[in-house]
Design a protein around this ligand. Structure first.
Ligand code: FES
Length: 120
């Protein structure tokens, strides 16, 4: 498996604890909505699917943080997730966290790290 990077957005598009960026990713089950946010100065990305019911989290398009700016919140029933791990910290997620995606940041841009098929 060879990893490759796919551009998500510019670094400036992700303010710390602020609005995120929506994008799509490939999962074993097909294309899925995903999002990136910044927390503690670092970018993080997750499949946009709550651990409670498989619905998207954002309460307005690309708005994932709660009012404190410290947790990701599901708009449907208010489950809270740690933005740096996707771990369920409160609410109906009942221990089921978000599915994390690998990202990297360099040269003012944020990239999704995808695992591709090896040609060997
Ligand atoms: S669907 Fe997300 S908390 Fe219920």
């Amino acid at each position: 498996m060879a990893a490759r990077e796919r551009l998500i957005c510019a670094s400036d598009d992700l303010p710390d604890g602020g609005k995120g960026v929506r994008f799509e990713t490939q999962t074993p089950l097909g294309t899925a909505p995903a999002f990136a946010v910044r927390h503690g100065g670092k970018p993080f990305a997750y499949v946009n699917r709550c651990g409670h019911v498989p619905v998207e989290l954002d309460w307005q398009p690309a708005e994932f943080f709660d009012y404190s700016g410290l947790y990701l919140i599901c708009a449907t029933h208010g489950a809270l997730y740690a933005p740096d791990s996707g771990r369920c910290v409160a609410g109906k997620c009942a221990g089921k966290g978000l599915q994390a995606l690998a990202v990297t940041e360099h040269e003012g841009q944020i990239f999704l790290i995808e695992q591709g098929e090896s040609s060997e």
